[in-house]
Ligand binder design. Structure first.
Ligand code: AMP
Length: 442
């Protein structure tokens, strides 16, 4: 199938071909014609499956081909939860509209407000924004949305998790054109809050659910390792990082402080790592992401700030040094590898402090998690005892988690890691994601 078969203009198809993108992915094949037909969309599709182009292509085509409903206001607004994700979407958009007269602007928190006002006065057709700063511009009336034609929420669940419900309401009220079309995308949309939100935002939406949020990602090999304490985790980490098949690697820790501590510790051992934490200035964050995307260093250590929005095909490993508290974040973190048809590895270290998170993730993923161990680095820790509800007699009947029947499949020998990734692989058969050239953001 070609992009033109989906109703996409040949000019856009040529732009995509320059990036080595020649055939639509599943989510694109479903979402593009539905969006072009003017329907609202509620779409869930796995990480790295091409969601961004699934909403950008119909948006750009609309701006190229259809008359604007208002001359002054932006025509398309894309709201993303984090600056990283918004930047990622913006980069893809810029590639698509290169050589056209279409104007776009990025409105992120942490950047100069007055510069943003100036950029908005330039009447861009596209605005890509994070919700907090966007709401500030609406309140200060430097941005009017009454003529908005297309409202797109990327990773809508995360926007809610970050507490932006009021900002979303404001955007919804202000972007009140009766012909407004709304698209909502994420890899994890099945939580009750999102349902409620979508009822307010979407009109008779077409549901596109290509995979459940908790479905195993066929391109990501997930393995967990028990760990006794911090030093044990670091020893395991060092072991993983010295394996031959490790290309670029993203390590997630629980807190910002841990990112710096771990980075210093790894660098002292001769690794080249950089910590990316949410408290850095926006410019510093962008510099780090840029240097990582140019492969200037191999290891990026971060928190959930980068669990969505990092799209680098050279990332062969995601390592959860600490498990995330929310199971959905696990899905997004590991989704930084195994993108666009590449194979990836997700390794997670599970110590006593991670145990509750592990149980939550295990239950979210329907138990499909495999533990392994490294010779010479086996943990004494075997899982925490489950607390039983207090019985009528007032006594807790506690049961050891892993004494008789392990709560997970243990392998006697750790599996040999898969071969290094040299070229994109076509795993899904009917949804090839081959790339001929590297794009700018790679
Ligand atoms: P996304 O899920 O939108 O973050 O996209 C993941 C990666 O897949 C990005 O690097 C895209 O450039 C790439 N991609 C998107 N669509 C295609 C396609 N049809 N063929 C090959 N690569 C694609």
């Amino acid at each position: 199938m070609q992009f033109t078969d989906l109703g996409i203009d040949t000019r856009l198809e040529t732009q995509l071909a320059h990036q080595g993108i020649t055939q639509p992915t599943d989510i694109q094949a479903h979402a593009v014609p539905t969006a072009l037909a003017g329907h609202d969309i509620f779409a869930q599709s796995k990480t790295g499956s091409g969601k961004t182009l699934a909403f950008l292509l119909p948006a750009v085509q609309r701006v190229m081909k259809q008359k604007a409903l208002s001359k002054r206001d932006p025509r398309v607004l894309i709201v993303a939860p984090t600056r990283e994700l918004a930047t990622q979407v913006f980069t893809q958009l810029r590639l698509l509209i290169a050589g056209t007269a279409i104007k776009s602007v990025k409105i992120l928190g942490g950047e100069n407000f007055n510069d943003q006002i100036k950029a908005l006065r330039n009447d861009p057709q596209f605005v890509i924004a994070t919700p907090g700063r966007l709401a500030d511009h609406i309140t200060k009336r430097s941005l009017q949305l009454s003529g908005l034609e297309l409202l797109i929420f990327d990773e809508a669940d995360r926007i809610l998790d970050l507490g932006f419900t009021e900002q979303l309401k404001l955007i919804n009220e202000q972007a009140n054109h009766r012909l407004r079309q709304t698209l909502l995308f994420s890899a994890t949309l099945d939580h009750a809050q999102v349902d409620a939100l979508s009822r307010n935002l979407l009109k008779k939406p077409k549901q596109i659910a290509l995979s459940a949020a908790n479905e195993q990602h066929s391109d990501i090999k997930q393995t967990l390792y028990l760990a006794d304490h911090l030093d044990h985790k670091e020893a395991l980490l060092e072991h993983f990082l010295t394996q031959d098949n490790v290309g670029q690697c993203i390590i997630f820790t629980a807190t910002r402080a841990d990112t710096s501590r771990l980075s210093e510790s790894l660098n002292a051992k001769g690794f080249k790592s950089v910590a990316l934490a949410g408290d850095l200035t926006q410019n510093k964050r962008l510099d780090i992401m840029d240097a990582f995307s140019r492969e200037n260093f191999k290891i990026l250590i971060t928190t959930d700030v980068a669990s969505r929005g990092l799209d680098l095909l050279s990332v062969t490993h995601v390592i959860n040094f600490d498990l995330p508290k929310h199971a959905e974040e696990y899905v997004h973190r590991i989704g930084r590898t195994g993108r666009a048809g590449f194979k990836g590895n997700a390794l997670s270290l599970v110590g006593p402090k991670d145990w509750l998170s592990y149980l939550a993730i295990k239950s979210f993923l329907n138990d499909e998690l495999t533990f392994s161990s490294v010779d010479g680095l086996k943990a004494k820790f075997k899982g925490l005892k489950e607390k039983k509800p207090v019985s009528a007699s007032g006594k807790n009947k506690a049961q050891p988690a892993l004494t008789k029947k392990p709560a997970f499949k243990r392998k006697t020998k750790p599996k040999k890691p898969t071969a290094p990734i040299k070229a994109p692989l076509n795993i899904d058969g009917d949804t090839p994601m081959r790339r001929k050239k590297k794009t700018e953001q790679e």
